[in-house]
Write a protein that binds this ligand. Structure first.
Ligand code: NDP
Ligand code: MG
Length: 385
């Protein structure tokens, strides 16, 4: 494999930093050519000095001077601002984009990378939730692969290698259930952010950790899977698997179920996406069959964790509804993280937004942008009530 030049959008986050660990461990295989952050100037500077990329971008324009000054003695190009961040994806100095920005903000840079014809390692699931039809169509036109980094989708992707001619009956997305598995609304109503940020199996960024606690994460992943694997909504099933060892499964026409397993460690799906189709050796901890282990499965409690049924509705309705679900959820999660609303209010905000925003059956990209903006305004008005 010749050396692959990686552009990491969101290099200072949980996925971004783990991707840099993978690159650091395999300097003969990968280099980091673009690094971006929103506001964490100090980590971005540290990463830039270590990896010597071509370009760094800091989203927060107020931090431009600090980053520029710190990298003055290097030949690294420094840019700042939202526009520069999206435009950096159009710079032809890399072979693959790792889309690791969190939320809707990841959509435009990813679309630009596709436009430039660059393969995508996709962590940013919101990109497909918001505009999956447009993103997948554009990728198909450009004949570039979108390789999932999300562990469930990586599992399915791995199960599908060599199965191109075989029909999928359904996919089974596993969910840990998060920190509040088995809890009921009378408990959840009092949950505070510090508790919700304690995920039992995975250490991740704040937004996805809250999404995991509300099960919205699994809802977003259903929609992500529908687009990635070109499935009908009824082919996507969710099962609770608290140990997070089976990362997801595919059932084929003949009833055979294929699963991908391993310890919960995002470095593996990150490395797999960067190196695909090659597998590379590593020293990550391994699953130990000598220890007493039990793998269990149960139905999700969608009466308590209503986000999962709202996301299922959005997936079935299609059009701009998943975009509404995502925008309302982003507003709700950040309001919860700022202690502005309670745990169960997040679901209320998403539900009310889905009822309020006008349905568009086949939105253009511009209409997705408008739906996102309109939903954010409406959801924010509910937070301020
Ligand atoms: P983090 O919050 O840890 O990191 C997010 C990254 O995006 C940071 O580099 C951050 O910069 C940057 N960022 C945040 N807001 C903006 C913005 N408005 N514009 C540009 N850049 C921005 O998130 P994670 O790494 O946990 O998640 C990233 C994506 O990957 C999410 O979509 C998530 O759903 C998905 N994912 C994550 C998994 C995980 O294990 N963490 C697992 C599966 C999927 P700064 O540091 O400066 O704020
Ligand atoms: Mg996942």
């Amino acid at each position: 494999m010749s050396k692959k030049r990686i552009a990491i959008f969101g290099s200072t986050g949980s996925i971004g930093t783990q991707a840099l660990d993978v690159i650091k461990a395999n300097p003969e295989l990968f280099s980091a050519e673009i690094l971006t952050a929103q506001s964490n100037d100090q980590l971005l500077i540290k990463q830039a000095l270590l990896f010597n990329p071509n370009v760094v971008v800091i989203g927060d324009e107020k931090k431009y001077g600090i980053v520029k000054e710190a990298l003055a003695r290097t030949d690294i190009k420094v840019f700042a601002g939202e526009k520069a961040l999206a435009e950096a994806a159009l710079m032809d100095c890399y072979d693959m984009m790792l889309a690791a920005i969190v939320g809707y903000a990841g959509l435009k840079p990813t679309l630009n990378a596709i436009e430039l014809g660059k393969p995508i390692a996709l962590a940013n699931k919101e990109t497909l939730v918001v505009a999956g039809d447009i993103v997948m169509q554009k990728a198909a036109e450009k004949r570039i692969p979108i390789i999932p980094v999300d562990s469930e989708h990586s599992a399915i992707f791995q199960c599908l290698v060599g199965e191109t001619r075989n029909k999928i009956d359904k996919i089974v997305l596993t969910a840990s259930g998060g920190p509040f598995l088995g809890k009921k609304p009378n408990f959840l109503v009092n949950v505070k952010k510090d508790h919700a940020l304690q995920h039992p199996n995975w250490s991740m960024g704040a937004k996805i950790t809250i999404d995991s606690a509300t099960l919205m994460n699994k809802g977003l992943e259903m929609i992500e899977a529908k687009w990635l694997f070109n499935l009908a909504p009824h082919q996507v099933q969710v099962v609770i698997h608290p140990q997070s060892i089976i990362h997801s499964m595919v059932q084929f026409e003949d009833g055979s179920l294929k699963a991908q397993m391993g310890l919960p460690d995002m470095k593996l799906p990150i490395q797999y996406a960067l190196a695909f189709p090659q597998r590379i050796a590593n020293d990550f901890p391994r699953y130990d069959f000598k220890k007493p282990n039990t793998l269990t499965f149960e139905e999700p409690d969608i009466k308590t964790f209503r986000n999962l049924s709202l996301a299922t509705d959005a997936m079935y309705k299609g059009g701009n509804v998943p975009c509404v679900l995502n925008a309302a959820n982003e507003i709700a999660v950040y309001a919860f993280l700022r202690n502005r609303i309670g745990f169960l209010d997040m679901t209320e905000i998403v539900e009310q937004s889905m009822a309020k925003i006008a349905f568009i059956e086949k939105p253009t990209l511009q209409e997705y942008f408008e739906t996102d903006a309109e939903t954010r305004d409406f959801a924010a008005s509910l937070v301020h009530m």
